[in-house]
Design a protein around this ligand. Structure first.
Ligand SMILES: Cc1cc2nc3c(=O)[nH]c(=O)nc-3n(C[C@H](O)[C@H](O)[C@H](O)COP(=O)(O)OP(=O)(O)OC[C@H]3O[C@@H](n4cnc5c(N)ncnc54)[C@H](O)[C@@H]3O)c2cc1C
Length: 423
């Protein structure tokens, strides 16, 4: 089964994966080369690129033109000397991973699903887990993008320094990214173990216990439901009773009741990185699709305090929740990264697909997390205003200046971008 995207006749999505956003664009484009894309951008007053449409909010929802880059050649060019791969922006991580692994290479990390595009993921600061792993945007070494006037701009981590750091997590607002160069590492194997019933006091130890760790809670019981440990294959297996948990004796799905066959292999079965780091298998749908998601990044050191701040509303969270996921992400220097200069705990919520029921709970979560200057995931549901966003990101003003410089006429602006970064 594949994700239920309604791409319409010309294969440009008309709505997002979850179906809560029907894109407002009047015109749809699917160029087959970069020159055609440049002409489309230069001729448009309002335009946005769309990746695989897995975001949950309207940050990328333009009223003018919507462009899918899925018709551009699916380039994958490995540079073994530099340890990088240059890829077409619309390539899905899952497809890239298969090709990289066949060549003996890997990425340092992946998100929970392999179905998302490289450009869409890095634009929103998408992340996996692991206290030593940065989010996916931290692997970007260079970018090529079409700017508002139709010019092709290339920026490079080494040559463009601080400006480059401002352009990677771009919210799609600086131009249409056509090619991305990513750092690669030699391929590696991973074993995934699922443990049940983690005492809350062991949260920090669990998060730091393996290469990538995801912790799932339903906010209903004092113990945390599931810990998914993705450890490098050469590390020893966890001992019986690890941190007071029991080992799962049947395959698990993060959302109770959903089919575990959609998930990557468990029980410590050795396998390549791209078949263990995501929770969901490429050929299967990641979940029902009838859901909304929110996520907040907080200082890792405040993890226990932040969870305690949410405890008094646990019943209200649980009433509209499918599952929550806790992950660790390493600090980085990217201006709009949710992990900007902050080792982070990411608190994620997969909600039921009922916007009216979920909205007041999201508002209360934000209010309770406010003392920790939460940074919302740019691709998920949140209500924080420009003031809160400005307070959470020290480079907010610099990014606004970059918007004005690269897109003075607001070609890539959307209503939601205007709300968060007023002109
Ligand atoms: C089931 C599910 C699981 C998820 N798991 C995770 C997870 O584990 N970790 C996590 O951090 N997030 C996760 N997400 C969120 C997801 O990774 C982000 O929303 C990501 O941005 C989706 O990528 P996309 O290709 O679908 O981008 P889209 O939603 O299509 O676009 C996102 C933004 O990127 C811009 N954009 C897209 N392509 C380009 C381009 N070529 N040039 C410039 N801008 C562009 C768009 O304009 C838009 O603003 C999950 C989402 C779902 C539905």
């Amino acid at each position: 089964m594949t994700t239920p995207l309604d791409h319409g006749g010309d294969a440009v999505p008309r709505r997002n994966w979850a179906g809560n956003v029907r894109y407002a664009a009047q015109r749809h484009h699917r160029p087959t080369d970069v020159d055609e894309l440049r002409r489309i951008v230069a001729g448009s007053r309002r335009l946005r690129a769309v990746g695989t449409g897995h975001s949950f909010n309207r940050l990328g929802d333009s009223t003018g033109d919507l462009v899918s880059l899925a018709g551009l050649p699916p380039e994958v060019t490995l540079d073994r000397d530099r340890g990088t791969v240059t890829v077409a922006a619309a390539l899905r991580y899952g497809d890239l991973a298969t090709r990289l692994h066949a060549e003996g290479y890997a990425l340092a990390n992946l998100a929970s699903l392999p179905h998302i595009s490289v450009a869409g993921a890095i634009a929103t600061g998408t992340h996996g887990s692991g206290e030593g792993n940065g989010n996916l945007a931290t692997a970007v070494a260079a970018l090529e993008l079409v700017t508002a006037d139709g010019d092709l701009l290339r920026v490079d981590r080494d040559a463009d320094g601080d400006t480059f750091a401002g352009m990677v997590v771009s919210l799609g607002a600086l131009g249409v990214v056509t090619r991305v160069t990513l750092d690669v590492v030699p391929t590696y194997d991973v074993r995934q173990y699922v443990h049940l019933g983690l005492p809350r006091a062991e949260l920090d130890a669990a998060l730091g216990s393996a290469y990538s760790v995801s912790i799932f809670t339903d906010w209903r019981s004092p113990r945390i439901g599931q810990v998914w440990r993705k450890q490098r294959a050469d590390q020893p297996a966890p001992p019986a009773g690890w941190l007071g948990t029991t080992a799962a004796d049947a395959p698990q799905h993060p959302v109770p009741g959903m089919p575990a066959e959609n998930c990557t292999p468990q029980f410590g079965e050795r396998g390549p990185w791209h078949e263990r780091l995501p929770h969901f298998r490429l050929g299967f749908t990641p979940s029902s699709g009838d859901e909304l998601q929110s996520e907040y990044h907080l200082p890792r050191a405040a993890a226990a305090e932040a969870l305690a701040a949410l405890d008094p509303m646990a019943d209200r969270i649980a009433a509209v929740l499918q599952i929550s996921e806790l992950r660790a992400v390493a600090a980085d220097g990217l201006w709009l990264s949710p992990n900007h200069e902050r080792d982070s705990l990411a608190i994620h919520f997969t909600w039921i697909g009922d916007e009216a029921a979920v909205a007041p709970v999201v508002a209360e979560v934000e209010q309770r997390l406010a003392p920790f200057t939460p940074r919302p995931h740019w691709g998920k549901v949140f209500g924080l205003d420009a003031e809160a966003v400005a307070a959470a990101w020290p480079r907010y003003r610099d990014f606004r200046a970059l918007l004005d410089k690269l897109d003075p006429d607001g070609t890539f602006r959307t209503d939601e971008l205007d709300r968060l970064f007023p002109r």
